[in-house]
Design a protein. Structure first.
Length: 301
């Protein structure tokens, strides 16, 4: 099954209003995805604006390159494959410093969720992969087939905020003794049986899949490592915008911004006292925008 890389950028108008791209400005999209936000930023920054786009997924970079080429903006963009945990090094290599705005759009794209071969979702059966960068690192199958029951329970509880974590981990370990896990549907079925009860609005395996995805991609650790690098890259008056999709990410962003805006020599001033969320109209058009939260700050020193 081949799926074209499509991803509807969430909170697009709000991001552009927050970053306020100006002609000749320099911008950095740390999670360029399919290029939706990047294209809008670049268009608003013409003439003369440039953008560095980073993504762990080669398919995302290819889609962005095609999108920018169609808009005649290829020469205004530099695209790099890598993790935003290495933001400073990637920016230095591309010659980007003192930038006017940086965007993080965290989470998983519609393309990644809707492509069974990537293994992010149990909506359609696929290999149990979940890597944002399919070129490296252990897969979700490696974790569920190798980690101890205690380690699995810890991951599912900490990253999935799943109260049935111990029961789920026990069921996973018991099942893998006879047959290792290979597919998303297989794991989802075992988790659903372990949780028991009637299915509510969300599938009983949703939190477990979120937890495994976060663990496979070291998402929270990499976010915590990237945010200080982002602030260091901002010019005076430069904006930092972060879109998160679950409470663990949002907590890291909120606490980081508060810390940077406090003390005797704050580096940031927080623009969004409360996170910006999607309108009812946007959620109706793109249900995945429902959980999005945008926080914005400006470099002041």
């Amino acid at each position: 099954m081949v799926v074209t890389f499509q991803h509807t950028p969430v909170l697009l108008a709000e991001v552009i209003a927050a970053l306020a791209p100006r002609p000749g400005g320099r911008y950095l999209d740390a999670t360029v995805g399919g290029g939706g936000h990047a294209l809008a930023v670049l268009q608003a920054a013409q003439p003369g604006g440039v953008l560095l786009g980073i993504d762990a997924d080669p398919a995302a970079l290819a889609a962005t390159a095609e999108r920018l080429a169609e808009a005649g903006l290829s020469q205004q963009a530099v695209l790099r494959h890598g993790s935003f945990a290495d933001l400073a090094a990637l920016a230095a290599e591309a010659g980007f410093a003192a930038v006017d705005g940086i965007l993080f759009d965290l989470g998983v794209s519609s393309y990644q969720l809707d492509t069974p071969e990537r293994g992010f979702s149990f909506a359609a059966d696929g290999p149990l992969d979940m890597r944002l960068d399919p070129t490296q690192g252990p897969t979700a199958a490696d974790l569920v087939n190798r980690l101890s029951e205690r380690e699995l329970a810890g991951i599912i509880f900490q990253y999935g905020e799943e109260h049935a974590a111990r029961r789920i981990a026990r069921a996973i370990v018991e099942r893998r003794r006879s047959q290792p896990f290979q597919s998303t549907a297989d794991l989802a079925a075992v988790v659903a049986r372990a949780v028991g009860g009637r299915h509510g609005r969300i599938h009983p395996a949703t939190r477990t899949f979120q937890a495994l995805r976060i663990a496979v991609n070291h998402e929270l650790d990499r976010l915590a490592a990237a945010l200080p690098q982002a602030v260091a890259l901002l010019a005076l008056g430069g904006k930092l915008a972060v879109i998160s999709f679950h409470s663990l990410e949002d907590r890291i962003v909120k606490q980081f911004l508060r810390a940077e805006a406090a003390g005797e020599a704050p580096r940031l001033a927080i623009i969004t006292k409360k996170p910006v969320v999607a309108s009812d109209t946007e959620v109706a058009a793109n249900p995945r925008a429902r959980s999005a939260k945008l926080r914005v700050a400006v470099r002041i020193a």
